[in-house]
Design a protein around this ligand. Structure first.
Ligand SMILES: *Cc1c(COP(=O)(O)O)cnc(C)c1O
Length: 386
């Protein structure tokens, strides 16, 4: 038994993949599409890199170790990973899905999966009665993000998966915002965990990647089939970027969280222009207790609503250190307006229904000196004050 930080750096049983004679401490980038057979009848483990590549295999084992999962799979993007998970379902199946999900997932469901006759009901997953009431005879899964975006409200994996188990349906979570450092969904009852490794796992805004883990052999087989048959694999070069990012995950997240606390303290004092702050544990309802019980830490993403005296577009146009950009979980701080950027995929009526207005700002707090981030926000607010 080794600790989580040792697992991040060293893996566990991963060193067997360092199959080189050089002593290199990193797994090589196996830049090879194909693998030679010694004999026509040989039973090669590796034969073609879409099916299996040793660099990708390292990353897939690495995420499985960290999630304490039996099976891990790496995809070309978080979106490809989500699509692969949805290939578990067939026409006529029904899935209960959270109201507040990633915009790209919303698009995949509404503009693609619904055309394949897969049915969905969107519910507030914090409302357990609503979740249970949405289950139908043909329901196969409940799908949600344990921290919703952009309002950062926490859904209980334990409670939702208990409902799922009672009805014999799967619990699928997209845990991009938390990573296995802050929460291990399988231990709380989830069946499948998805990550956009583009965010905290990669951590440096230099790679698009997706990961999936599960403990179920049958689901693992189907995911592998989808990975190999559809072919949305992560390239070996990109696998290395995620492998490297993961090694510093806990160090980075500790500092993301610490910096977020400093920025929150600043925002808390700014009632002159802040209407409301959204961060896990601060919802002021039962979900705060869930956050305390099921999360080890709350991450580095903060959303806040501006009062009418500040022009939100001017604010995000005026930051000098904080990049005006979508995405999150990277070493550099990123700011954006969900209404115009990350959540523009949602039709206006949908944005209004979930409460995403033009004055909502999302900030992914990076690893800069927090005093510099605060000074940047301060000058941007001053420029944007009407
Ligand atoms: C970014 C993101 C995705 C999509 O991942 P890509 O790597 O961009 O395809 C899915 N879910 C969540 C919660 C995300 O933040």
């Amino acid at each position: 038994m080794v600790g989580f930080n040792t697992e991040l750096v060293f893996g566990k049983g991963l060193n067997q993949l360092h199959d080189n004679n050089t002593g290199a401490v990193n797994v090589p980038i196996y830049q090879s599409s194909t693998y030679a057979f010694d004999d026509i009848d040989a039973d090669n483990k590796y034969d073609y890199s879409r099916s299996l590549n040793p660099t990708r295999e390292y990353l897939e084992k690495q995420i499985a170790v960290l999630e304490k999962a039996k099976h891990g799979y790496a995809f070309a993007s978080g979106s490809a990973a989500i699509h692969a998970v949805f290939t578990l379902f067939v026409p006529g199946d029904h899935i209960v899905v959270s109201k507040n999900i990633y915009g790209g997932t919303f698009r995949l469901i509404n503009d693609y999966l619904k055309h394949l006759q897969i049915e969905f009901t969107q519910v507030d997953t914090q409302n357990l009665e609503e979740v249970e009431a949405a289950i139908q005879p043909n329901t196969k899964a409940i799908y949600f993000e344990p921290i919703d975006n952009p309002f950062m409200k926490v859904t209980s994996i334990r409670a939702v998966s208990a409902i799922a188990k009672k009805h014999g349906v799967l619990t699928i979570v997209d845990n991009t915002f938390l990573t296995p450092y802050l929460q291990r969904p399988l231990a709380l009852g989830a069946d499948v965990v998805i990550h956009s490794a583009t965010k905290y796992l990669g951590g440096h805004s230099d790679v698009i990647a997706g990961l999936v883990v599960t403990n179920h052999d049958d689901i693992g087989e189907k995911l592998y089939f989808s990975q190999n048959a559809v072919g949305g694999i992560l390239s070996p070069e990109n696998c290395i970027l995620v492998i490297r990012g993961i090694k510093t995950l806990s160090v980075r997240l500790d500092r993301h969280i610490q910096n977020a606390q400093t920025v929150l303290k600043y925002l808390d004092q700014k009632e002159d222009f802040i209407k409301k702050i959204y961060y896990p544990g601060r919802a002021g309802d039962a979900s705060d207790q869930v956050a305390q019980e099921e999360l080890k830490g709350y991450g580095g993403v903060i959303s806040f609503e501006l009062k009418d005296n500040v022009d939100p577009k001017k604010l995000v146009n005026s930051t000098q250190l904080i990049w005006l950009a979508v995405s999150l979980g990277s070493v550099e701080s990123l700011i954006e307006l969900p209404y115009y950027m990350t959540h523009a995929e949602l039709p206006l009526a949908e944005r209004q229904k979930v409460g995403i207005g033009p004055n909502l700002v999302r900030l992914s707090v990076g690893l800069e000196d927090p005093e510099d981030l605060i000074a940047d926000l301060e000058q941007a607010v001053a420029t944007a004050t009407k």
